[in-house]
Design a protein around this ligand. Structure first.
Ligand code: CMC
Length: 428
């Protein structure tokens, strides 16, 4: 017999079906709550609200489990490549050899962007944050590919938009950086793999020879895999909700980039490094900052700590911590910030405030340290996160469209003034 949940309100009883996912997570289906009882639910921050059924990513915050399409993140990070993981997320299965080759070839073929996009780029001041530049350029693709404005067109056209997004995002990301530096942009080099091409566009200078370091390229590939999807977070839900109005995929992804930007979401990786720098400049006293984070009168939070769903540990942080040690050793980088990070982590993990609230290092606590070691400047960290999260956003947008999900439109509990008469200005 299927399960149900009962709600009693004002002497009446209402019954709602309980649905169970493939990993035995249960949810009360309240689709008929308002029409039957007149009630809505109130859940600020959607902490208990499932907005969709999804077959892409499974996450168990208590057990520290993360799987893409059923595959463990630990296995994917160790054995796969970012493009293979992108294919898996978007199309649902790991690609065969020939599917993988075709997919990579298609992406490589579309890395170049229209020359007029360079003019848009040149219009940005050099101090523009690269996240704002990136989201603008991605949204500008709607103008260059107007067919994408109708997401109901045939599957081939949608697929072409998907390929273009994955292909052009590294070009835009590298160009946003070049604009910031006041350097000429580098065009894609299609003889290179995805990450090596990005690194060359970022770092090659016209007057110098540049060879991509394979250690750097493979570390970057791993970081992108770890960021590739994370079910219904702030930016992903944004992508789905914008897409639910049938806005184009480029507009939806651009909105996701903006949602990711904030320091409580993807912007945390930049904030972590700025925080560690500040601690170093202030004499390296980790305890002082731990106390600030605990002080409810101080808005300071320990950046890179805490997570909406991970209440035990963040499995990505475990992999990244080890990767940070490996990369720093291989590249011979001795970063004093890493020592402060370790000290802070140790102190926080042994502090009752953090223990009581189940606050553990999240993915961003260590990713910034690796990015620094790879030579990526601090304000590009969140751009790197966006580059990694792109296939997840695409997969979630595609799933939302394929499921014919209705337009997203939450309700509210109104707490403002009751009806009142207008009083003209000279009588107020
Ligand atoms: N430092 C100090 N106290 C904290 C922190 C922190 N980093 N995070 C949460 N708390 C406290 C918070 O003050 C609250 O305390 P109390 O119960 O006494 O009021 C309690 O822990 C619960 O916090 P919350 O804000 O209700 O938790 P949330 O689930 O709404 O927020 C979070 C999750 C990630 C926004 C939050 O932990 C945070 O601001 N962390 C720092 C920013 C950060 O690292 N963000 C990256 C998240 S991982 C990357 C991604 O996937 O986006």
């Amino acid at each position: 017999m299927s399960e149900s949940a009962k709600l009693s309100f004002k002497g009446q009883e209402f019954e709602f079906p309980v649905i169970t996912g493939t990993e035995n997570e249960s949810a009360i289906d309240i689709a008929k709550l308002r029409s039957e009882s007149g009630l809505i639910t109130l859940d600020p921050g959607y902490k208990n609200t499932g907005a969709t059924k999804s077959a892409i990513t499974f996450l168990d915050g208590e057990e520290g489990i993360l799987r893409y399409r059923g595959y463990r993140i630990e296995d994917l990070a160790e054995k796969s490549t970012f493009l293979e993981v992108s294919y898996l997320l978007i199309y649902g299965e790991l690609p065969t050899q020939s599917e993988y080759e075709n997919f990579s070839k298609e992406i490589t073929h579309h890395t170049l962007v229209h020359e007029d996009i360079k003019k848009i780029l040149e219009g940005f001041p050099s101090n523009a944050h690269p996240m704002g530049v990136l989201s603008s350029l991605i949204c500008a693709l709607t103008a260059f590919y107007p067919d994408s404005l109708n997401p109901n067109r045939n599957i081939e056209e949608v697929n072409l938009s998907i390929i273009r997004l994955i292909a052009k995002m590294p070009t835009f990301a590298a160009w946003a950086y070049k604009n910031e530096m006041g350097h000429p942009v580098n065009y894609p080099d299609n003889s290179l793999d995805y990450c090596s091409n990005f690194l060359k566009m970022m770092f090659a200078l016209p007057a110098e020879k540049y060879d991509v370091d394979p250690v750097v390229s493979s570390a970057l590939d791993k970081l992108l895999i770890l960021h590739a999807d994370h079910e219904q977070n702030c930016s992903t839900s944004t992508v789905r909700i914008v897409g639910s109005s049938q806005a184009s995929i480029y507009a939806s992804i651009s909105a996701g980039i903006n949602a990711l930007w904030g320091p409580l979401h993807g912007g945390a990786n930049q904030s972590v490094i700025e925080m560690l720098e500040a601690i170093k400049a202030d004499g390296g006293d980790a305890k002082k900052y731990l106390d600030k984070a605990k002080d409810k009168n101080d808005p300071f939070r320990l950046m890179g700590f805490g997570h909406r769903v991970y209440k035990n540990f963040d499995p990505r942080a475990k992999i990244i911590k080890k990767a940070a040690d490996d990369v720093l050793e291989k590249l011979g980088v001795n970063d004093p910030i890493l020592e402060i990070a370790k000290e802070l982590e140790f102190a926080a993990l042994n502090d009752q405030y953090f223990i009581d609230r189940q606050l553990y290092p999240n993915v961003d606590f260590y990713s910034g340290i690796i990015y620094r070691a790879l030579g990526i400047p601090t304000d590009m960290f969140t751009v790197m996160f966006a580059l990694g999260r792109l296939p997840g956003w695409i997969a979630q947008w595609k799933e939302m469209r394929e499921n014919n999900e209705p337009i997203g439109r939450p309700r509210q509990v109104y707490t403002g003034a009751n009806e009142r008469d207008y009083v003209s200005m000279n009588r107020r």
